[in-house]
Write a protein that binds this ligand. Sequence first.
Ligand SMILES: [Zn+2]
Ligand SMILES: [Zn+2]
Length: 269
Amino acid sequence: MKNVIYLKNFVLDVLFPIKCLGCGKEFEGLEAKERWICKQCLEKIVMRKRQVCPFCEKDSDNGKTHHECQKKTFLSGVWVASEYSDDVISEAIHKLKFNFIKDISFPISKVVTKSILQVDEFSDFHDLILSEFSQDSGEEKIYKDDRKNEISETILIPVPLHKKRYNWRGFNQAFLLSEYISDEFHLRVNENLLIRQKNTKPQTKIKSMEKRRENIKGAFSVVENDFLKNKNVIIVDDVCTTSATLNECAKKLKSSGVKDVWGLVVARR
Ligand SMILES: [Zn+2]
Ligand SMILES: [Zn+2]
């Protein structure tokens, strides 16, 4: 069996060599998922510096919804990891979604976790995503275990695809990302609680904010479940344009008793 796998990989390498999306080099001897963006190129990917409020899109510390905007959105905030203008990240997202290369979700998730940990100061968002995470850094623990008890459990929920879209792609890219991110931070992922009942037009094809909100309205529903009560949820997606989709998910989750809902996306378009 091992030989068969070896042979299969060998044939695939010859027919479809994997070249790093950044430098174009081939890295033999590594697992396929580690070859799409090499270590050096992963380091060069731009991290998002400026986070904005999901409602008014003006600057906000760590993407938290402004106090005065809280009544107008169901999101407590949105964390954006990188920049869509970064050629490597935009190509990686494109290859994942439209060339169906599932392995690319691995390096993309690395960009996301790096952006979360590479900050000067932890924020409300970090309280949720790092609620089960502790990492030793020299003498000091980066995240304090004693805060754990004060914080409800955080669950990652990928933005769901409609059945038709799912069948066409064969997977939900947001779910693949959620799995890797949850591994890193020891959180649970659930892809069955929130479903997409309406097959909406892609938001990128719609120009006005109002039409986008209309397009996505009523697209999601929560499968009746007490499980969500008093939990915190981080909704994961690959890209967001406005936060209309994330907000529509948040609306449904909050009506099921979820405490805080944050969005987490790879890049904003
Ligand atoms: Zn490279
Ligand atoms: Zn605001």
